[in-house]
Ligand binder design. Sequence first.
Ligand code: CMP
Length: 143
Amino acid sequence: MERTYVMIKPDGVQRNLVGEIISRFEKKGLKIVALKMLQISRELADRHYGEHKGKPFFEPLVQYITSGPVVAMVLEGKDAVTTVRDMMGPTNPLKAAPGTIRGTFGMDIGRNVVHGSDAPESAAREIALFFAPEEIIEYNKNV
Ligand code: CMP
């Protein structure tokens, strides 16, 4: 089973989309193994978005992601990384197909509602950045 890191960004929280987005992942069959709300510090934002340092959108991105609470989770399932990315749609909501999360709820590349890891390696890095091992719960699901 694969794990991925998913985060409902400040715009998703502000727009009351938390339940809707989590519900989509649950209904799909992904298992929530960790879940919390937090306000991201400047330091954590720097580390999470380190690969974008130096890009023109880096500073606004950090300002935005630290501007209000986010909902962070670890989802588990077969091909969880790709499954979540397909459900989110591409980074730019204007390019995202109707029916995907970003295609349904977004208009702005900088306010694209949700984040999901882009590969299993980045999932492992992001999960470790946001969750202590004891915050990740292993349990069985029979339905
Ligand atoms: P995400 O893939 O979650 O992580 C990087 C974020 O940078 C991305 O979502 C976008 O929300 C944000 N971003 C803002 N402007 C741009 C841009 N011009 N190109 C790519 N990403 C951007």
